[in-house]
Design a protein around this ligand. Structure first.
Ligand code: FES
Length: 103
């Protein structure tokens, strides 16, 4: 099953250790740069109204700015409650300096 590939942003839009919010095709996504590796998750925290692209990033963990729950940026797994449900992640490929995902 192969989905469609969509281009989210340029690699230059996301500094190392930072996140960038992209809204496209009914999706709200957070693009993360972890030491030059790019990862994409849903932007919405699974616990409530938090926006993960506005969270605090420490290594490969993002802390929601609402109730301070944490997720692993690479896997989407919960690192710290009150979040219980993993955040969705997307397979990323960098092509010609653009961050792309398959959906
Ligand atoms: S909304 Fe993110 S931890 Fe509650």
């Amino acid at each position: 099953m192969s989905g469609k590939r969509i281009e989210l942003c340029s690699t230059d839009d996301v500094a190392p250790g930072a996140a960038f919010k992209v809204e496209i095709d009914d999706l709200a996504l957070a693009v993360f740069n972890v030491d030059g590796e790019f990862y994409v998750t849903d932007d919405a925290c699974t616990h409530g109204p938090g926006s993960l692209s506005e969270g605090y990033i420490e290594g490969d963990v993002v802390e929601c700015n609402f109730h301070n729950g944490q997720f692993n940026i690479r896997t989407g797994e919960v690192v710290l409650p009150p979040c219980m449900v993993p955040v969705k992640t997307y397979p990323v490929e960098v092509q010609d300096g653009k961050v792309t995902i398959e959906v």
